[in-house]
Design a binder for this molecule. Structure first.
Ligand code: GDP
Ligand code: GDP
Length: 455
């Protein structure tokens, strides 16, 4: 590193920064209008337009990456969902339970000016049951005179209320310090492999693609699909299923089977559920209805899994209904709409007839293997050396930026740091990614490449 003009400390820092595996997850929950979205904006340090959203306007972005005091984590914002037919308590509880289930720690936001309401108490019961670390945020304490309001919230029995003004930033730093104490370094305990337990699969896809049917098929039994009624939210349930001689954990299968008919916010609710399932899983199986055109919603769900850095399998369902013409058009759609994930293993299945069910497990295993691939530094640099010699970066402003060396900083998914002598253009980065995939496989996994430029 030194002879290439990089400071060893910088190199180590870059590797450490890039090398993280799945990040721990913080959920921000509470009643509508207590200031959850405002707080999330403050935590992520960006002005995303989430607070300006009009009621009933759905958004599908629910997880964000954040950093505080040098530690990175994910934030799940449950602020996007309005009350619906379930009634206020059940609505708040339903969205909170998914977020809490996927989280490593929770910030529970209460409006200190209003005090604890029955709905707040309902969330407290959920939090107790979940047993996750909770930081109590007494929001809307915009000045010292509000601090007395915050102290009333001791009555919730969740420990010290932290007086905060999400709007002005007052107290948020102290609260985030507490959040870091509550958050584990990595969400390792949620990943089966760390404990030698079953691998975790999130079976996701838009409504009616056949998730519930597929789950029933692979579980080898016809389950009753419960039409759950208002107020009967229940715990998201993970299900252990034997497949291909191995044990797998399908996460959030209750969410798949639950049929709550929502009026407002149904899309947001579905997004929250999908995001929560993806966070809990190592591999996402995205089910797509092959009989219909690939939609923006399908693409969003795929993107969610990719951005979360999970292994990915694409399963095209309802294959039994596809005639030759539809199959032709489907192939064209896959190329144009999902070309960016051409690296994902693909299976064409029918949950109805059981077609190609046996191909699901090998595809999942391939994706997980790609996700965990580690390329030895020597091999990587031999490859990079040849690549750079054969295909140099275009000359820019009389200079030729060069990749000097690189290393794989982490796995799950594979993360690379490349060290360069000058700015490396996006096109050349994509070229390197393509060549890395050709050389080392990485089937079924997103890969991250960050480039450090010598000062
Ligand atoms: P959510 O429904 O829980 O996500 O709440 P929002 O973040 O949308 O906030 C609801 C309203 O409360 C908005 O008008 C915010 O500007 C306001 N608000 C949020 N945090 C604070 C705060 O710390 N102080 C004051 N005074 N208002 C706040
Ligand atoms: P979910 O909303 O994704 O859980 O979808 P469901 O499993 O409830 O399926 C939606 C509809 O598609 C139901 O009527 C299923 O019977 C039907 N379906 C699911 N898989 C298949 C399949 O492979 N072939 C056919 N023909 N229909 C299917």
């Amino acid at each position: 590193a030194a002879e290439e003009g990089f400071d060893l400390e910088d190199v180590e820092g870059a590797i450490e920064e890039a090398g993280h595996g799945p990040l721990p997850v913080l959920a921000v929950v509470g009643r509508p209008n207590v200031g959850k979205s405002t707080l999330v904006n403050r935590i992520i340090g960006r002005r995303e337009a989430v607070v300006e959203d009009k009621p009933g306007v759905t958004r599908d972005r629910v997880t964000y990456e954040a950093e505080w005091a040098g530690r990175r984590f994910k934030v799940v914002d449950t602020g996007g969902w309005e009350q619906d037919v379930l009634g206020i308590d059940a609505s708040v509880a339903a969205q909170a339970e998914y977020a809490i289930d996927a989280a490593d720690a929770v910030v529970f936001v209460v409006d200190a000016k209003v005090g604890a309401t029955d709905t707040d108490e309902a969330v407290v019961r959920l939090l107790r049951k979940a047993g996750k670390p909770v930081v109590l945020c007494a929001n809307k304490v915009d000045g010292p005179s509000g601090e007395a309001d915050a102290s009333y919230l001791w009555s919730l029995g969740l420990g010290e209320p932290h007086p905060v003004s999400a709007l002005h930033g007052r107290g948020t730093g102290d609260m985030l310090d507490k959040v870091l104490e509550a958050l584990p370094e990595a969400p390792a305990q949620r990943f089966g492999t760390a404990l030698g337990g079953p691998r975790r699969i999130a079976l996701i896809g838009r409504p009616n693609v056949g998730k519930s049917s597929l789950l029933n098929k692979v579980a080898g039994e016809e389950r009753v699909v419960v039409n759950e009624l208002a107020g009967t939210t229940r715990d998201p349930v993970d299900e252990i299923i034997e497949l291909g001689g191995k044990t797998w954990k399908f996460v959030d299968t209750a969410g798949i089977r639950k049929r709550v008919h929502l009026q407002q916010g149904a899309d947001y609710y579905a997004s929250l559920r999908t995001a929560a399932a993806v966070e809990k899983a190592e591999v996402a199986v995205v089910l797509i209805d092959g009989s219909e055109s690939i939609s923006v919603q399908d693409q969003r769900i795929v993107t969610m899994a990719v951005e979360a850095g999970r292994a990915l399998v694409l399963a095209y369902n309802k294959w039994d209904t596809l005639d030759e013409e539809r199959r032709y058009y489907l192939e064209r759609e896959i190329e144009t709409e999902l070309g960016q994930v051409a690296w994902a293993p693909r299976v064409n299945v029918s949950a109805l007839t059981g077609r190609h069910m046996e191909k699901l497990v090998p595809a999942i295993e391939t994706a997980l293997a790609g996700w965990e691939t580690r390329v030895p530094t020597g091999r990587l640099n031999a490859f990079l050396g040849e690549l750079v010699a054969a295909h140099p970066h275009p000359v820019r402003g009389g200079k030729q930026p060069r990749i000097l060396f690189g290393t794989q900083a982490g796995t799950k998914p594979p993360r690379f740091v490349l060290f360069a002598s000058g700015f490396i253009e996006a096109g050349y980065r994509r070229f390197i990614e393509r060549r890395l995939r050709e050389e080392f496989g990485f089937e079924g996994t997103p890969i991250h490449i960050s480039v450090r430029v010598r000062e």
